[in-house]
Design a protein around this ligand. Structure first.
Ligand code: AMP
Ligand code: MG
Length: 402
């Protein structure tokens, strides 16, 4: 049995990045950059006014209140491109270029215009440099603003647009085949008969995979039938980069996923992880090169093992710099129990207390089959192997769930 950390390490070693593709900017959200993003211009590209008001020479406003002659107007997109001289002011708007000769902008609230707009009175003096963002103060042309391996979020879309990236190079999204085993399973639109339940794992797996950038391909339910399972895995391997199955990996007579993998000549990297829930997780590569995770059937085990391992693989395939979930630290609100020989990943809700500390509330749950309680989970708290009881108030590592 290997540790969770070792298993994640193996996943990263065995996962290779997919080819790069060029896409148009509107499709870039959620994709992982395959290139550094470089500023093609200074930002701001000119000395920019931060306020509506008057561009002036600070020295002229020293003895405020003073009156200055209005010699022009500088609007966003339509600047005033002359030299401002002693005793002069230019009416200026937010986002407009500051004219040469001016060194400060007095905000409109501290002024009023006289004589039909030919003169402005400044009610207060103004510091040199006030309300002006100098050319290049934010970014210099040639600077790297986003690095390859970054997943593009909504705010980054603005960065890409501002520097003219109408198209952008990203890693291809992995095609993820989703496949559930179990003779007890019926489809969501069926009423379960005697001894049957609806398949729910395929829906959480597909959803988590989509959040990790995957393109989902769904395969029919296979029951617990080795040859059917084998055929479906082989079929999925023809088109998918990654296959995620659920069920059929424990020690029961009808746990057939591993024998199907062996018959398909798959290379199995691990089949037991010192983890609760999720010990019997299988990671393998099929002869086609397709990677496969055989996750346990219990829905909570599915959520935990998908996010620890399959998510990491999906993001590593897309070249993400940090494919694994990041550890944070939180204080336990209640005591929890550990497991002798395995790390536990317990469902918790994260909140902050009045002192701003991160607090993990362990959920009352009925074990790894309790997917209804798990639906309220926002994170997993990690309890080290061998810990008998971890007391309330203790600090533990937590992983926020996507
Ligand atoms: P297994 O790992 O195949 O022994 O399954 C463990 C438990 O998870 C059993 O109670 C199964 O009925 C349940 N289970 C397996 N697959 C699914 C699925 N796709 N959706 C919901 N529950 C499942
Ligand atoms: Mg089963």
């Amino acid at each position: 049995m290997i540790s969770v950390a070792e298993a994640i390490q193996i996943v990263r070693q065995q996962t290779h990045t997919l080819p790069v593709e060029q896409i148009s900017l509107p499709h870039a959200l959620g994709r992982v950059l395959a290139q550094d993003i470089v500023a093609d211009s200074d930002l701001p590209p000119f000395d920019r006014s931060q306020m509506d008001g008057y561009a002036v020479r600070a020295v002229d406003a020293q003895a405020a209140p003073v009156r200055l002659r209005i010699v022009g107007e500088s609007a966003a997109g339509k600047g005033w491109h002359n030299q401002l001289d002693e005793g002069q002011a230019v009416r200026i708007m937010t986002g407009a270029p500051v004219p040469a000769g001016a060194d400060s902008v007095q905000q409109i609230e501290l002024t009023h215009e006289l004589k039909d707009g030919t003169v402005v009175e400044l009610l207060e003096s103004v510091e040199e440099g006030k309300s002006i963002v100098k050319r290049g103060a934010e970014i210099r042309a040639g600077e790297t603003v986003l690095s390859a391996g970054t997943m593009i979020n909504a705010a980054m879309m603005a960065v890409l647009a501002a520097f003219g990236y109408a198209t952008v190079n990203v890693f291809q999204r992995p095609r993820v085949g989703v496949l559930a085993t179990g003779t007890e399973l019926v489809a969501v639109d069926q009423k379960p008969g005697q001894d049957q339940i609806r398949d729910s794992n395929n829906y959480s797996i597909a959803a988590y995979a989509e959040l990790a950038g995957g393109v989902i391909e769904r395969f029919p339910l296979t029951g617990d039938d080795t040859s059917l399972l084998k055929n479906q895995i082989a079929k999925a391997a023809e088109t998918c980069d990654l296959i995620v199955t659920s069920g059929g990996v424990s020690m029961g007579v009808y746990d057939l996923t591993k024998s199907a993998l062996k018959q398909l000549d798959a290379e199995i990297f691990f089949e037991r992880v010192a983890l609760r829930p999720g010990k019997p997780t299988v990671f393998a590569r099929l002869p086609s090169g397709t990677l496969m995770f055989g996750l346990p059937g219990n829905p909570v085990s599915v959520a935990v093992t998908f996010n620890l391992f399959a998510r990491t693989a999906a993001l590593a395939m897309q070249g993400a710099t940090e494919p694994a979930l990041k550890r944070e630290t939180a204080a336990l609100a209640r005591s929890v129990k550990g497991t002798a020989d395995r790390e536990s990943y317990l469902p918790v809700q994260l909140t902050t207390n009045d002192d701003g500390e991160l607090i993990a509330f362990p959920l009352k749950w009925g074990g790894s089959s309790d997917f209804v309680a798990f639906a309220l989970t926002t994170a997993l708290a990690i309890v080290p192997a061998g810990a008998k009881t971890v007391e309330a108030g203790s600090l533990v590592n937590v992983l926020r769930l996507p």
